[in-house]
Design a protein around this ligand. Structure first.
Ligand code: AHR
Length: 501
């Protein structure tokens, strides 16, 4: 039997709500169709944003939304996306499918989307192919209150009041699609560009995100920090975050593998690769610790999730994929890891919000479905802004096939401001149930809520014809004990238990 010992008297850190962030890029049907359909669409919308999608996203309590890319960000010229829609420039989205980008979704529309979602803003600037002046003017356009060329232009375009930029990414993947730079070259560019990301609102300074590594590129992390930090102490707000990108490709980058048709061996391989996130956080974190021992710079995992071969018959440049119980487990495992490393991980963004990679929502015309990943993000929302509690597993078994060995159970535990304890626990086994005995330091706790996401089959998923095959359901497989409870976790499940006195 697996035992989970919780010490609710020992707080290990604060889980920033932003760990539950999302990413939306001008890629495939993420922005257009998935989120934005325009004011004249027959699909019900508010200022162009589809109501069904916005309403579903609001239930997730989306804390922050990254935009406009991704690789698209380093080719995006923000002035193309403001002013009257009919006169906005049309361009080719060279990265993603070579389709026409009509710029009808630009800065004003993004800010409107964040207003509707009630989330923080995270703009990713163009360092790869844009100028310092362009980046600086974008920040002025969005945030300057008073008389200035860019503030005047914003007012002329219908928005007198400035907006707030909570986070600003100074380039994206500049080791690759963002300019193929060396770490030293990028770091010097970072130092220059970030200088002109001005804080016009002293009350809410912009948090600047520096481009970090891809997967295990420790050379990049070391090189960027060494160069960027040589005078960092002089700068207030010089760097607030360093990004990390990691995608799970079950069969490797070239083959990737099907989203819905996979074997048990590939199930374990996928989960093994999801667990790899912990090693990345530890190793990149160890380098960051040398430059930033007080952990002032957050690790920002602003692209994570599964990346499979796109759905048959869809545009390969659109990265549209289905989402099964396997994705629910990847989400559960990864979010538990982020929670447990909340001393360093200050934000993350699941890639991507709608219709691209490990999405929480898929759309087809006026239809919309919630994916298994959606339901996990919904259950885990209770961790947002909560205190991470000390928790420890014993009796965990190593399971898997061949070299793809994983622990059978993972977990994380937090307490919210009202003292309600949230336990999220996953059974990674595709075939066996597992009993987990959960104990707390104190007594008198009762279960106030118990939810589960699972499926009768590891490949189970929702379709437009059968949208409720995998849902978040009541979980009754537990019994309370004197100082906790005993839960019977069925195979392949993500469970949330909430406890209060
Ligand atoms: O999310 C898809 C792409 O993956 C992003 O545009 C890029 O940053 C990453 O390589």
């Amino acid at each position: 039997m697996v035992k989970l010992k919780i010490n609710e008297e020992k707080i290990s850190g604060r889980i920033e709500p932003e760990i539950y962030g999302h990413f939306s890029e001008h890629l495939g049907r993420c922005i257009y169709e998935g989120i934005y359909v325009g004011e004249n669409s027959e699909i019900t919308n508010v200022n162009g944003m589809r109501t069904d999608v916005v309403e579903a996203l609001k239930e997730l309590k989306v804390p922050v939304l990254r935009w406009p890319g991704g690789c698209f960000a380093d080719e995006y010229h923000w002035k193309d996306g403001i002013g009257p829609k009919e006169s906005r420039k049309k361009m080719i989205n060279t990265h993603w499918g070579g389709v026409v980008e009509d710029n009808s979704f630009g800065t004003h529309e993004y800010m409107e989307l964040c207003r509707q979602l009630g989330c923080k803003t995270y703009i990713n600037g163009n360092l790869g192919s844009g100028t310092v002046q362009e980046m600086s003017e974008w920040v002025e356009y969005m945030t300057f209150k008073g008389v200035s060329p860019m503030a005047d232009l914003r007012a002329k375009n219908g928005h007198e009041e400035p907006w707030t930029i909570d986070y600003f990414g100074v380039g994206n993947e500049n080791w690759g699609c963002g300019g193929n730079m060396t770490p030293q070259y990028y770091a010097n560019e970072y130092r220059r560009y970030q200088t002109y990301v001005r804080n016009y609102d002293a009350e809410r300074p912009i948090k600047k995100i520096c481009c970090g590594a891809n997967v295990e590129d420790y050379f990049w992390t070391e090189g960027v920090l060494e160069t960027a930090f040589s005078h960092a102490e002089q700068f207030h707000g010089f760097m607030d975050g360093l990004s990390l990108h990691y995608y799970v490709h079950p069969e490797g980058w070239e083959i990737k593998g099907s989203a819905t048709d996979f074997t048990e061996e590939v199930w374990y391989k996928t989960l093994y690769k999801a667990l790899f996130m912990e090693r990345l956080i530890n190793r990149h974190g160890a380098i960051m610790d040398r430059y930033d021992p007080d952990k002032k710079v957050g690790m920002i995992v602003d692209e994570w999730g599964t990346w499979y071969t796109c759905e048959p018959g869809t545009n390969p440049g659109f990265l549209y994929q289905q989402n099964t119980v396997r994705d629910a487990l990847v989400a559960g495992i990864t979010l538990n890891i982020f929670n447990k490393h909340c001393d360093r991980v200050k934000m993350a963004a699941l890639a991507q919000m709608v219709n691209v990679l490990q999405s929480v929502i898929l759309t087809e015309g006026d239809k919309m479905i919630k994916t298994p990943t959606y339901h996990v993000m919904h259950m885990y929302r209770h961790h947002q802004g909560a205190d991470l509690l000390s928790s420890e597993l014993t009796g965990v078994k190593e399971i898997g096939i061949g070299e793809w060995k994983v622990p059978n159970v993972t977990e994380s535990v937090s307490a919210d401001a009202d003292g309600v304890i949230t336990v999220t626990v996953n059974n990674l086994s595709v075939e066996g149930a597992e009993t987990v005995e959960i104990s707390l330091a104190g007594t008198g706790y009762h279960v106030t809520e118990a939810r589960i996401v699972t499926g009768s089959d590891m490949r189970a998923h929702n379709t437009f014809d059968a949208p409720e095959t995998v849902v978040e359901a009541e979980f009754s497989g537990y019994r309370e004990t004197q100082n906790g409870l005993t839960a019977e976790l069925p195979a392949n499940c993500v469970v949330e238990l909430r406890l209060a006195k």
